[in-house]
Write a protein that binds this ligand. Sequence first.
Ligand code: ADP
Ligand code: MG
Length: 688
Amino acid sequence: MKGVGPQRADILAKELDIHTFGDLLVYFPFRMIDRTHSTTIANFNPEEPYPVFRGQISDLHTVTSGRSNRLQATFSDGTGNITLVWFQGLKWIRESLRSNTPYIVMGKPSQYGGNWQIAHPDIEPAIPGDNHPVHTLLPVYRTTEKAKAKGINSRVIARFTETLINQMPPSLPETLPPHIIAKYHLMDRTTALRNMHYPSTIQEWQQALFREKFEELFFHQLDYQYTRTSRRNHSVGRVFTVVGDHFNDFYNNNLPFSLTGAQKRVIKEIRADMRSGRQMNRLLQGDVGSGKTLVALLTILIALDNGCQACLMAPTEILATQHHASFLKMLNGLNIHVELLIGSLKSSQKKDIKRRLANGDIDILIGTHALIEDDVIFAQLGYVVIDEQHRFGVEQRAKLWRKSNIAPHVLVMTATPIPRTLAMTLYADLDCSVIDELPPGRHTVITTHGTDAKRALLFNFMRQQIALGRQVYVVYPLINESENLDLKDIMDGYESLSRSFPQPQYQLSIVHGQMPADAKAYEMDRFKRGETNIMVSTTVIEVGVDVPNATVMVIENAERFGLSQLHQLRGRVGRGASQSYCILMTKDDLSRNSQQRIQTMCSTTDGFAIAEADLRLRGPGDLQGLQQSGMLNLKVADIANDEPLVRATRDEIRDILLSDPDLLQPQNLTLKRHLSLSPLAEQWGKIS
Ligand code: ADP
Ligand code: MG
């Protein structure tokens, strides 16, 4: 492309992941600026994310402080002045800017030494140059600090996309089926791609955006649903016909309580899958404490009754260890061999377990990611249960599939209730079961909001509860930016608690991410046995940890947690017979959004309601675990706001696959072509 030499090509590739014309074409602007609407320096709204000013630049000069230079200019529009500052790319900027020329300046002003300034603003000549035709609407592209410093700002990207659009053939092949385009009045692909960058009106941009969102969700649904359908239609599943001694012995002799209606229903759904001759891929959603582990155990026993082995995979060693212990306890007296495989075992122990597993001497293997490794070989793996699924990606699930010549049945359990739209999107390849009922006799956890001013009250309350023989969690957030800072927070907190709860009257445990696994396990164990009164920890205790005697959950800096995460943490208490409490500690001056989130937590304990609120208040990117897992890789669609589109695309794909499951009809050819290029579908295809 004209204007892109090797150096710029390198920055585009490394910083913005743009390697080809195709990449650039779908590098969409995140907003459009209407150049005919600008604001004035005297009257702009500091809350507005991206104000637009028109004015002139004067007094462009370099300022040297210490060893570094910066470039500074005064920008005035007749109503006031703003300072423009550049710290990088000085030479390039100095050469490209002219005094006494009208410019449009965009960027977020911040207050600095009593003056408003914009660092690295986007600047655009207000009068078009010869090589720069006018567009009323100006696309604004995301870029990075590094790219900007090398001169690749939004404006430069706009020039590239403009060149590209001008060079583009008059029409590109359509990707969506004609009947879908007609039904939803979608803009055709070529027009939409042009209008995503250079629309003439905002309406045109919105129509283009609608088409792009539709297309993205449509193909996302196609990938997942096709996978699911073809797996259903073509994959052979083990047929578990009998419910035998293992199940019945446990059910009749070892089950400590009767199942809830929801547990029974879900077990029936799983049983039906296991008998069907098709491989089961089922998601089990159930709020914290709803008794998913028991469902896992009972259905595992069915697998054993049919001559198969089963495994249970958990996201942390603590959880795996805990599952192992509770399985051993519940299966006590039954002739079933359960083992735990985790990274911290001695290699001789691991070797021994692997050998016995391959021989078929182990019935149930419980573990962490270690289970996925290639040298873990089962004699006859028939059933896989994955606990707290949102931390496992699709590929990890797939790896387990391959451990058996006939794909094992898979149950994925999640305690993070997911909003319906998200579930439709994320788990479109799975069937879904929900436990919507808690075991009887649970008290609602009483949740309150506290600030530092009330800390003495909090400590008194903790002392009262401890005097009653109860235990307390105090949890600190993990903020990924700096592990050391996180550690400092929790250490400071631990010290101050140790002063207010002195030994020997009080015993404290501490668990955080930088401790070795065995030290963590030791501290968890002491707390579990009731030897310590207070567990100070980071979020490692978040999922699944079960200490029924703990009745108080104190969450420090609660405003920094997501709602779903707070809900998970709160689920650690209220597991026994006593009334439990959750205290959300925050700083005094909370933003409106944080206040709303804390209020939501105090007013409801319904995990699904909380998940919906979380999605609304924070957006899907912040939902726990999603970002890291890369599972929700949508570029234009927005799960929080595009629910109708998610539904529509889901239903359309479902109908298409119902009438033409293998996509052989001519009107579905484009879909078949899409699948042949889709890495996800290809991978699934190989597995099934
Ligand atoms: P989760 O769904 O969060 O994994 P668990 O499986 O850990 O929940 O169960 C929470 C607690 O409820 C456990 O102590 C478990 O023994 C208990 N429990 C499970 N099912 C029942 C039931 N039907 N009746 C009474 N208690 C139950
Ligand atoms: Mg659990």
